[in-house]
Design a protein around this ligand. Structure first.
Ligand SMILES: [Ca+2]
Length: 90
């Protein structure tokens, strides 16, 4: 259970320790989490490994599922059949 909270604790401590005494967020894996127009998100342990994973829905209708492997995230939604393209493309 302690490992599950690791990512969340890292994000919280980044907010508290922002640069120049100003609270802020530090980007984590920006190459993965830079997709625009995200709407809602939720943390849950979808694969039961004890680490919280992240699901993010997008304005386009796509849903990204990020599996947490020791605080490194990998997008696995497409492999699990989640929509990856816009509902409105056709
Ligand atoms: Ca997990």
């Amino acid at each position: 259970m302690i490992r599950s909270a690791c990512c969340f604790v890292t994000l919280v401590s980044s907010v508290a320790a922002g640069s120049a005494g100003v609270a802020g967020f530090t980007a984590v894996q920006p190459e993965l989490f830079s997709a625009p127009h995200a709407l809602s998100n939720a943390f849950a342990d979808f694969d039961g490994d004890g680490e919280l994973d992240l699901a993010v829905s997008f304005e386009s209708g796509a849903i990204h599922l990020y599996r947490n492997d020791a605080s490194t995230f990998t997008e696995v939604g497409a492999k699990r059949g989640l929509p990856t393209e816009s509902f409105f493309a056709h």
